[in-house]
Write a protein that binds this ligand. Structure first.
Ligand code: SPV
Ligand code: MG
Length: 541
C-alpha cells in the first residue's frame, strides 16, 4: 500500500471507536515499544501515562512535564503508522492548557487524547484512590468543549475518562458526569474501575444504553474473558501497562544474572540478537538511502602513497628525512595527505617508503619498503606494493596536497582508470622540471554535458600545442583497472630500462594497449612540493 492510500491516523482511530466490534489498544511507552505493538498486529496504541513516566524513571504524578511526554509520544508516532491515543492525565492544567496540548498533538501525528476528571497534579488511579478529588463536573465539561473547538482535524478524538468509581462514587454520579461530558462533545467515555471484577463497568454499560462508544481498562479485572466485553458492546479495551511490566521483568532477570555471573554468556541466547535491534530501528532503510544519497566511496578503496624519494631539490631540508616527512606548518606532508584520504572515507592506506624510511611514520597505515629507491623511477617503487594493487585503489604521489573535492570527484568517476589532470597547467609552470603533461581526446571545457575525456599521451616532452593539462599525481582504479595496471606493470618490468621508468611510461603503455584512461579535469586547488618555493606555498595551502 502506498502512503497515499493509508487513512489518516485520526480517521483510523475514529473508525476503531465506531467499528461496531470490540477493538484493542496496546500500551507502549516509547518508539521501540510502539513499533513492537504495531508489528504484533494491534490497530492502535495506548500511550500510557503510567508506562511513560515509569520508563522515564519518575512517578505517575505529572513529574514528567507535558512537553516531555509530548517528546516521547512524538517518537512513538514517528515510529508507527497506527493511531495513538495519548493518556494526557488531567490535561496538564485547565481548558487553556488542554487547547494548546491538542494543537501540539495534532502537529505531531497523535490521533486522539484521553483526559480524566481529576485534579492536577494527578495520582495513578491505583494509589490511594479514595483520597483523590474529582474535578468539578462543569469545569471538566468545559475542558472537553475547548478541545473540540480547538482541534483542526474533525476526526481528532477526545476520550473523556471518568474516575468516579475509582474515587468511590456510585453509578448516579457517574451517569451525571457521563451526560455532561458527552454533551460537551466527548467522542467516547472511558469508564475506569479498580475492582477485580467488571461489575462496576458492566453496570455502567447497562445504564448508559449505548449513547456513545465506551472504553475500558481491565487491569484489575483482567481475568474476565473479552467475550464478556464484546457482548456488552464495549468499543475498545485498553491493555494499559503490560509492555512496561514485561520489559521490567526481562531487564531485572537479565541484569541480575549478568551481575551475579560476571558474564553475559548465559544470557546471550535468552535475549534478542543485536540484528533484531537494527531490524526494529529499520537500519536497512538507511543503508538503502545511503546508496541513493551519499557519494559512492567504495568500501574497499585503499590508497597507495609513493613516498620513497628524498626530494634532493630541497637541499638541507631533506637531508635525513624524505620529502614526504617535511613539515608543513608543523605537520609532516605525509600526515596531511593521509588525513585527506581519511576525510574522503578511505581507511586503508599503504605508504611506500625508501629514503630514510625509519623517519617515515603515520598512524594506522601499512608500510611497504623500497630498498632500491636510489636512482630508480616511480614504477619500480609501485611494484613493491603490487599486492595492494587490487580492487578500488587511489595511487598518489607522496608530495602533493589537494582540496577534498578533487579526491571525492575522482572516487565518483566511473572509469576503470582515471587520472586527475589540471587544465590550468600554464598558470603553474614556466615549463621547468619534470612535468607530466597530458594530451587528451578533448580539452577542458566548462560545459557539463561534454563527453568524458580520455588520455591520448602523457609525458614531459609533449608539443606545447598538444598539452591539455598536467597530471597531478593521482590515479583511481577500479578492481578491473587495478588488474589492468598490474598486468601493464608486469609487461613493462620485462624492459631493460624498467628501473628508470615513470608513470608517463605506464600511462602511455596503457593507451598503446587500447586501454581507455579517463581524464578528470580539475582547475588548480592542488600543489606539489618539489622545491623551497613550493614549500612556502604549501605552508599557505
Ligand atoms: C495509564 O496507563 O497510565 C492509565 C491507566 O492511566 S491506569 O494506570 O489503569 O490508571
Ligand atoms: Mg494514566
Amino acid at each position: 500500500m502506498t502512503a497515499a492510500c493509508i487513512a489518516k491516523k485520526t480517521s483510523q482511530f475514529r473508525d476503531l471507536l465506531n467499528s461496531g466490534r470490540l477493538e484493542f489498544l496496546m500500551e507502549a511507552h516509547n518508539g521501540l515499544s510502539a513499533r513492537i505493538v504495531e508489528e504484533a498486529g494491534f490497530r492502535g496504541i495506548w500511550a500510557s501515562g503510567l508506562s511513560i513516566s515509569a520508563a522515564l524513571g519518575v512517578r505517575d504524578n505529572n513529574e514528567a512535564s507535558w512537553t516531555q511526554v509530548l517528546e516521547v509520544v512524538e517518537f512513538m508516532a514517528d515510529a508507527t503508522s497506527i493511531p495513538i491515543l495519548l493518556d494526557a492525565d488531567t490535561g496538564y492544567g485547565n481548558f487553556n492548557n488542554m487547547r494548546r496540548l491538542v494543537k501540539k498533538l495534532e502537529q505531531r501525528g497523535v490521533a486522539a487524547v484521553c483526559v480524566e476528571d481529576k485534579l492536577f497534579p494527578k495520582t495513578n488511579s491505583f494509589i490511594n484512590s479514595e483520597r483523590q478529588p474529582l474535578a468539578d463536573r462543569d469545569e471538566f465539561a468545559g475542558k472537553i468543549k475547548a478541545v473540540k473547538e480547538a482541534q483542526a482535524d474533525p476526526d481528532f478524538c477526545v476520550v473523556a475518562r471518568l474516575e468516579g468509581f475509582i474515587a468511590g462514587w456510585g453509578i448516579e454520579e457517574m451517569l451525571r458526569r457521563a451526560e455532561a461530558y458527552q454533551s460537551a462533545g466527548a467522542d467516547a467515555l472511558l469508564i475506569h474501575s479498580k475492582k477485580p471484577t467488571p461489575d462496576q463497568v458492566l453496570g455502567f454499560v447497562a445504564a448508559w444504553q449505548n449513547r456513545c462508544p465506551l472504553v475500558i481498562v481491565p487491569t484489575t479485572y483482567y481475568s474476565t474473558p473479552v467475550e464478556v466485553f464484546e457482548q456488552a458492546g464495549i468499543s475498545i479495551v485498553i491493555w494499559a501497562n503490560q509492555n512496561v511490566r514485561s520489559s521490567i521483568a526481562a531487564m531485572q532477570q537479565t541484569t541480575r544474572r549478568i551481575f551475579e555471573e560476571r558474564s553475559v554468556q548465559n544470557v546471550e541466547d535468552m535475549i534478542v540478537p543485536v540484528r533484531e535491534v537494527f531490524r526494529l530501528q529499520n537500519a536497512e532503510e538507511l543503508m538503502e538511502a545511503e546508496e541513493r544519497y551519499l557519494p559512492k566511496t567504495p568500501d574497499s578503496a585503499r590508497a597507495i602513497i609513493l613516498a620513497a624519494s628524498r626530494g634532493s631539490e630541497m637541499g638541507e631540508i631533506t637531508a635525513g628525512i624524505p620529502k614526504a616527512m617535511v613539515s608543513i606548518g608543523g605537520t609532516p606532508l605525509l600526515h596531511k595527505l593521509v588525513a585527506q584520504f581519511r576525510a574522503s572515507g578511505i581507511r586503508q592506506v599503504v605508504v611506500i617508503r625508501g629514503y630514510a624510511r625509519e623517519k617515515v611514520d603515520a598512524a594506522d597505515v601499512e608500510f611497504v619498503d623500497n630498498e632500491e629507491y636510489e636512482g630508480t623511477g616511480e614504477l619500480l617503487s609501485l611494484t613493491k606494493a603490487i599486492d595492494h594493487l587490487q580492487d578500488d585503489v587511489v595511487i598518489s604521489f607522496g608530495d602533493i596536497l589537494f582540496r577534498k573535492h578533487i579526491l571525492n570527484n575522482l572516487l565518483t568517476e566511473q572509469g576503470d582508470i582515471v587520472v586527475a589532470v589540471d587544465a590550468t597547467w600554464e598558470r603553474r609552470h614556466g615549463g621547468a622540471g619534470y612535468v607530466d603533461y597530458v594530451n587528451a581526446t578533448r580539452p577542458y571545457s566548462l560545459r557539463y554535458d561534454e563527453e568524458d575525456a580520455f588520455l591520448v599521451a602523457a609525458g614531459p616532452n609533449l608539443p606545447r600545442e598538444d598539452i591539455d593539462g598536467e597530471w597531478i599525481g593521482l590515479i583511481k582504479t577500479t578492481a578491473r583497472g587495478s588488474e589492468v595496471m598490474k598486468n601493464a606493470l608486469t609487461e613493462l618490468s620485462a624492459r631493460a630500462d624498467f628501473r628508470a621508468l615513470r608513470f608517463d611510461h605506464l600511462l602511455n603503455h596503457l593507451v598503446a594497449k587500447g586501454e581507455r584512461v579517463q581524464v578528470l579535469y580539475i582547475t588548480g586547488h592542488w600543489l606539489d612540493v618539489d622545491d623551497l618555493d613550493d614549500l612556502a606555498r604549501a605552508q599557505a595551502f
